[in-house]
Design a protein around this ligand. Sequence first.
Ligand code: FMN
Ligand code: SF4
Length: 400
Amino acid sequence: MTDVHARFAHVLTPIQLGSLTVRNRIFVPAHTTSFGIDHLPSERHLAYHRERARGGVGAIIFESIRVQSNCLGRPQAVGGFTRDCIEPFSRIAAAVRAEGARLLGQVIHLGRQVDGDFERTVSWGPSPVRWSGTSAMPHAMTEDDMQTVIDGHVATARNLVEAGLDGLEVQLGHGHLLQQFLSPLSNAREDAYGGSLENRLRFPLAVVAAVRAAVGRDFCLGIRVSGDEFVDGGLHLDEVCTAVAALAQAVPLDFVNVSHSAYHASYSLATQMADMAFDPQMFRHLPGAVRRRLHDSGHAVPVMSVCRYDTLAEAETIIAQGETDMVGMARAHLAEPALVAKTLAGREDEIQPCIACNQGCAGMLEKNMPIRCVVNPRAGVENEWPVPATRARPSLGTCW
Ligand SMILES: Cc1cc2nc3c(=O)[nH]c(=O)nc-3n(C[C@H](O)[C@H](O)[C@H](O)COP(=O)(O)O)c2cc1C
Ligand code: SF4
């Protein structure tokens, strides 16, 4: 074993997510890029993800893929419910696989925070509870509406399987529709879908079960959850652990991706893409707690941890501690696509670190503009700037 392999023994051990083998424990979590054209993946997506696959990650989770026209939100958002997405997705999956990585998709209905301005659609949610003081009042979904959401997830999942993606994640986190049902903050229903945790879980569980039935047991399928909403009256870790264990009991899951936050006009939303003002330690206990509950309930499902990981050394430590099985690095890979490869080549001093400023990435997204990166001008324009910029190394005494 080489020094580097000994140093990153846990990170470099391949992992099995159900039937899917992933070459190492580092993945790029889903992040919306606004690179879509006509609600389809674009050449820009292809170049962007190929570069990160080439940089050595084990898996990439493609950005949120909308399951219905009423949750497209922004014009550049990508949908998966029509068959014309199959061809562009298949080319991206092939490009990522050719570099040795895996491409997974995230299927999502965003629920109440889509105001429908661009697509002229009505905002949907479990109850007429707004996410912010000025947002659209959501229409309280009927059981027929819920069935259309299930159908949208199933159609999208089938299209993505046909496109050759290696796996799927159903979005139950970040305060999107399924979390809106789960959370007492957004679910005020008095029917079988509100009240007790069992009731609030009923619709998210029906969606996950339908997707599992559509893709079959052998296809890699996981969920993303928020371990904590960080809002008074919202979901907290213990209840989330209970919900995840109940889901794993009811539906075979191949991984659980543990993030945090809700789409709520408060401190909560800011935690999702925590900037430099946050101490990342406040998120580190979440995946371990979910993992322990899963193991204790007899479901040894691999767990993923995210948010403000910058180095393979940090990933190695938390995996070695048994707190997670995989580590996600989204912004770290926007800033440095070759983070893994450079680390393994002993070129850590050449890595361009993410500074957690959120200006180029989350900031542009909020403006409905393609994401960029303040420290990596090639991010998102890999086709226009095909040759990686080389940085001259300063010698002692060099003035910059
Ligand atoms: C620009 C941007 C867009 C994002 N879009 C999504 C998304 O579409 N779906 C999702 O589940 N998370 C999304 N996220 C959250 C990331 O998956 C991740 O949880 C978060 O950025 C924290 O990880 P990091 O510190 O490695 O960036 C987004 C993050 C950023 C910065
Ligand atoms: S814009 Fe800032 S926060 Fe976003 S990836 Fe680049 S350095 Fe990180």
